[in-house]
Design a protein around this ligand. Sequence first.
Ligand code: NAD
Ligand code: TYD
Length: 350
Amino acid sequence: MILVTGGAGFIGANFVLDWLSVGDESVLNVDKLTYAGNLSTLKSLQGNEKHTFAQVDICDRAALDKLFAEYRPRAVVHFAAESHVDRSIDGPADFVQTNVVGTFTLLEAARAYWTTLPEAEKAVFRFLAVSTDEVFGSLGPQDPQFSETTPYAPNSPYSATKAASDHLVRAYHHTYGLPTLTTNCSNNYGPYHFPEKLIPLMITNALAGKSLPIYGDGQNVRDWLYVTDHCSAIRRVLESGKPGEVYNVGGWNEKTNLDVVHTLCDLLDDLKPKADGSYRDQMTFIKDRPGHDRRYAIDARKLERELGWKPAETFETGLRKTVQWYLDNQPWVDDVTSGEYRKWVGQHYA
Ligand code: NAD
Ligand code: TYD
């Protein structure tokens, strides 16, 4: 079986659902269930004996040791993190704790377990760390995309803690020989995305008749990847990636935030027209995010060249699917936008 951390969050849950739908290997899903972790996302797995859920903090070494000893995974796929840049600006402590101390604790537990394995199992064991393009910093309009050798230059507490996490993973391969793999992916979107991030926030606010808050001039660029394409890339790297290597994952979809919000409004106008006017009427420009990175863009050619991976969705097909999913899954949105979420939104956008 494989051990997945953060498998109740957006990408982790998509990965677990995807994994169990394409193969028959079991998953041990380790998640603390913070505000971003939602068991309702995993509802379809109830009664599925190939899925075991353990509510455990990755900073809890004793609990991790117990899980490794009991379930004896052949690989770890590590998603668990604090992941929202705006929250990292308001309160960085949780980010240092989970993204740095948590990754360190997980690496230590994995190393201790891996050391005890027979040689053949040791050789095939993998520790795959899921990271972000944000560790590379911000690009100018004419700069080439981030490659695997772009120097790290993180700008937010979120990206700084993810960078620290990546450095620890690298060191555990270099120093102890732990067979690690690292993937650095661009912005994801798709089903089960917590509505604090740009795309789901805009969809849910639009449908609720609320304003669509665009930071600064709306010209910041992100490189969007449909979440199931990210999942297939991780499966590919886990299967055939070379230990110690880093792989960039991206969809070649650079868009300004303004483009994204316009496209979302047009899709909603088409799929769920308002009685009066367009969803674009709800757009509003607000104060910029402090230290807001201007542009991210990923060069994913290494993954294509070496492991033959390519995204299946275009931005247009992926975004239409996403909007339709939110229209069809309002109860999920109601379920996850709890009191804690409402408190955050109230404070942040005040
Ligand atoms: P998310 O915030 O939706 O989910 C994170 C999950 O981790 C939640 O289920 C949460 O309960 C769990 N978690 C948090 N702290 C934990 C702890 N101490 N112990 C155990 N579980 C804990 O995040 P996401 O968007 O699914 O991102 C998953 C990973 O992918 C993260 O490492 C993130 O940095 C990376 N990533 C995300 C994106 C993106 O666009 N969302 C892009 C590239 C990389
Ligand atoms: P986000 O989804 O938070 O991802 P990240 O900051 O990790 O890239 O934000 C994506 C872009 O959208 C980013 O440039 C900030 C911008 N944004 C807004 O303009 N308004 C919002 O309310 C949010 C949440 C983000």
